[in-house]
Design a binder for this molecule. Structure first.
Ligand SMILES: Cc1cc2nc3c(=O)[nH]c(=O)nc-3n(C[C@H](O)[C@H](O)[C@H](O)COP(=O)(O)OP(=O)(O)OC[C@H]3O[C@@H](n4cnc5c(N)ncnc54)[C@H](O)[C@@H]3O)c2cc1C
Length: 289
């Protein structure tokens, strides 16, 4: 492994300055559960690793009337053990409490999951269906990017030279909102998603009709996919098997998977259809309380 400097800044500005100075030869370190594996495998040759865990705003979870904000370095366990997150954002819990096992969750950050940009990432689709926004700091100032636009390819993101993900924020869910995420894996845990689906929806006050929905798909394309047509198809429809089956079929059509050692194209498309139906039903249950 190429020797690198370990830098532990305490402000965003310091971190950005180091990242900007070294360009491709420096990387932020959150939990390190992806970064260290790739660095050991010589995927990158780094001169500096920039530990973000001493920067207060990257290590803070805030829940309020504006919604939820999660610092990019907050480890998964601090997210799913937060009672306010669990009460208001159970889909975020669905994603974070299945990333690896307990040891991984005690280090791995949701921000690291997003920046690693794996199509199979379990944390990203829940963020997408919550309409989360990524807050980015860089040498040119700050900017915001919708999470569905953040990943641009496997291991590729919108981040430019010197840029750092500071946090992800999402609005407070409206009344009659429900959301859920699940994945299919061959084992019970510690495996990479063959396919994953997150759904969020809003029901009308009667609980019998869909007002709106968002559906996001993992592990069935080069990036996590926002299946817009599938989600939009539910708007204004009655809550019944027919509406749900139609949305699930559209989600299947939005998937563009490959065949690899974990699954085939056909299996993955079928999984998306089945999991979408299940997650719509689970989100309905949650929306109805
Ligand atoms: C045994 C094992 C099991 C796993 N199981 C799962 C699983 O079930 N589901 C799943 O989705 N993943 C899984 N992973 C992958 C990994 O744990 C997750 O992707 C995790 O969320 C990464 O977070 P991290 O904080 O460790 O990221 P790091 O390794 O610290 O960083 C990942 C990447 O993001 C960059 N980065 C980190 N923070 C920032 C930032 N603030 N700004 C810009 N770039 C940044 C890093 O430079 C690096 O390129 C597993 C990994 C292992 C080793």
């Amino acid at each position: 492994m190429h020797p690198f400097a370990y830098v532990a800044p305490v402000t965003v500005e310091e971190a950005v300055a180091v990242l900007d100075k070294h360009g491709d030869r420096a990387r932020p370190l959150a939990g390190g559960t992806d970064l260290l594996v790739k660095t050991r495998a010589n995927v990158w040759e780094l001169d500096a690793v920039v530990d973000i865990k001493n920067i207060p705003e990257l290590m803070t979870v805030t829940v309020g009337n504006d919604g939820l904000s999660i610092g990019a370095g907050v480890p998964c366990y601090q997210i799913y053990e937060n009672s306010e997150v669990a009460a208001g954002y159970p889909c975020i819990v669905d994603g974070t409490d299945i990333i690896g096992g307990i040891q991984i969750q005690s280090r791995a950050a949701l921000g690291g999951n997003l920046c690693n940009a794996a199509p199979s990432a379990d944390g990203v689709c829940p963020l997408i269906v919550h309409s989360a926004v990524a807050h980015i700091a860089g040498p040119g100032g700050n900017r915001e990017v919708a999470v569905e636009d953040f990943c641009t390819g496997p291991s590729q993101t919108v981040l430019k030279k010197g840029e750092l993900l500071v946090s992800m924020s999402m609005p407070k869910p409206p009344a009659n909102f429900g959301a859920a995420y699940t994945r299919f894996i061959p084992r019970n845990e510690m495996d990479i998603a063959v396919a994953g689906v997150a759904v969020s929806l809003v029901l009308d006050p009667s609980g019998q009709n869909f007002e709106s929905a968002r559906i996001a798909l993992a592990s069935v394309g080069p990036v996590p996919i926002l299946a817009t047509a599938a989600g939009d198809s539910l708007a204004g429809k009655p809550v019944n098997d027919e509406s749900i089956a139609a949305a699930a079929a559209l989600a299947r059509d939005a998937a563009s998977p490959i065949t690899d050692m974990r699954g085939t194209i056909e299996q993955r498309r079928q999984l998306i259809e089945v999991l979408t139906g299940r997650m719509i039903n689970k989100a309905i249950e949650r929306a109805r309380g």
